[in-house]
Design a protein. Sequence first.
Length: 317
Amino acid sequence: MADREAPDVERPDDGFGATSRIPLAAAGLLVAIDDHGSLSAAARALGIAQPSASAGVRRLERRTGLTLVDRGARGTSLTADGLRLVPRARDLLRASDAFEADVASLRTGHGARVVVAASMTIAEHLLPGWLAGVDPSTAVDVVVVNSFGVEKAVLAGEADLGFVESPDVDPRLHARVVAVDELVVVVAPEHPWARRTRPVDVAMLVGSPLALREVGSGTRETLEQALAAAGAALPAGPALGSTTAVTATVRGGRHAAVLSAVAVQDDLDRGTLRRVHVDGIDLRRELRLVWARGRRPGAAVQDVARVITERAARPRG
């Protein structure tokens, strides 16, 4: 059925002392154009047909008496007036989300609930501290999987937010860097490298028995890409499903491993593992917050994301 434009008529009082308010969806459309750079991209993100989005913009322009979108040969973009209204439109959407969250909270008798999926290193070593600043009335459920599983859960709507360690993120997800981590090479105290005074090189690293994380792990993907950048390939080795399993293998004395510095810090402090410096490879990585494109987070989800982002930016310790 074809979309119909609402006629331009004065609307009766709505019972709340207001007449002819601008629809909330119009604010959402304006924000989507600003976020995605064009009317067509905004329509795709909102899951509506482009003719419907165009009709919505025309209705908003008639209602406001302003030209909000510049329609040029190369596409559409917001005018100066449109850009000036975007911050107000964002405020309106946030206020609407907060209103809906309060309504849901009053209806159920409970606070909001947010589901967070996190890769293992982040979930075990960083996320507990990040979540410490979240409003106690918000219940946060944490799902612990590898980075591939995090992206899958967020895309499927099984998690509101995700935290991944992998260097690449699915293009269907928004991503924001929240922290920087470093991978380090570790061995048991009896391993020959534990007594080295000079760094090992990449050839020595890939030529030594390595205990590796499983396919889909952000730690494994980071190591694989770092080796490729150094002209080397990931060697064969036991693929293990957790950092605990990898460190247990390393303590056996034969294998080295490349793991997050925060994940092995306690072992390094106790002396049960030794760090080995390596030349010729960059093992730094970015930790990212991800959420689904085209799915506007509710107020509680936005609050959790804000708190975590702020706390993650603080220096560790």
